[in-house]
Design a protein around this ligand. Structure first.
Ligand code: GAR
Length: 285
């Protein structure tokens, strides 16, 4: 049950403990305050008392959990939790799916995805995660006023894989767009089937560690392939390996250089990656 909650709320063990403690203490506090307030009235303990007590407790509960969540460092979680409950009660639109784009380079795919969903009410590009200072994708994020997170190897692989930040930004779905680090298991297990990657070749060929960008195109040309393309796939614990969602192809002509092939591949990527994301999330663009 605890594992299910961890996955559902996308939190680690410590955060889960703090959240459960906040629920328990917030619940007790509002129960206590409800009784205290009613003790100042001359209502007899009966059906009316119970009715008013229930209404009072329902009103006090959000305030109490929010208050208790502050010293527990879980204010953002409970603020978002209450907003979601409010949206359910009032029948307001389903909240937008919040995407984090992980990218290490120029960010042309990230840019295309941002552009595509800019005016969507169903998808929000909520965070750009990058492992390289000065990467082009960071300037794109700054221009588009999208928050960024610069990550470092040690915490990504040996720490909490930045789950706290992802949870603070309420990330539902992760899109790798030219992200060259392997995704740690800690992250994969918190986002089962919710992390996808794009690879600039027709997997399973020309994939794996060290196979990225120009290196892929050089290998394709060196092998005299007549066709190359793109693969969009779910991310699992093995490099360039998860279930394939989509493949698109292009011709490799005799005189193609790695740069020319890269251009053809980029055209395919820009056309199909946003489309596939929209399809997976069942969202009209
Ligand atoms: C893209 O072609 C993507 O397929 C590739 O990096 C490029 C990033 O370009 N990814 C890999 O090679 C992953 N193995 P961009 O920064 O312009 O989007």
């Amino acid at each position: 049950m605890f594992n299910k909650l961890k996955q559902r709320w996308r939190v680690n063990e410590l955060q889960l403990l703090l959240i459960i403690s906040t629920f328990a203490l917030g619940g007790s506090l509002c129960g206590y305050l409800g009784k205290k307030i009613l003790s100042f009235t001359d209502l007899e303990k009966g059906i009316l008392w119970v009715g008013i007590y229930i209404i009072l407790v329902s009103l006090l509960w959000p305030i109490c959990v929010l208050l208790i969540s502050i010293p527990f460092g879980q204010f953002n979680f409970f603020k978002n939790y209450l907003v979601k409950i409010g949206q359910r009660i009032t029948g307001k639109n389903h909240p937008a799916t919040r995407i984090a784009i992980f990218a290490s380079g120029a960010g042309s795919n990230a840019h295309k995805i941002i552009e595509t969903f800019k005016s969507s009410s169903s998808v929000k590009i909520a965070l750009i995660v990058c492992n390289k200072k000065g990467a082009g994708v960071l300037s794109i994020a700054a221009k588009e006023k999208i928050p960024t997170l610069l990550i470092e190897k040690k915490r990504f692989y040996e720490g909490d894989a930045y789950l706290q930040e992802l949870s603070r930004h309420q990330i539902d779905f992760i899109v790798l767009a030219g992200f060259l680090w392997q995704v740690p298991l800690a992250l994969i297990s918190q986002y089962p089937n919710n992390i996808i990657n794009i690879h600039p070749a027709l997997l399973p060929k020309y994939g794996g560690k060290g196979m990225y960008g120009a290196k892929v195109h050089e290998a394709v040309i060196a092998a005299n392939e007549k066709e190359s393309g793109i693969t969009i796939h779910y991310v699992d614990e093995i490099y360039d390996h998860g279930n394939i969602i989509f493949q698109g192809t292009c011709r490799v002509d005799e005189n193609d250089t790695p740069e020319i092939l890269a251009q053809k591949i980029h055209i395919l990527e820009h056309r199909h990656y946003p489309e596939v994301i929209a399809r997976l999330l069942q969202i009209p663009k």
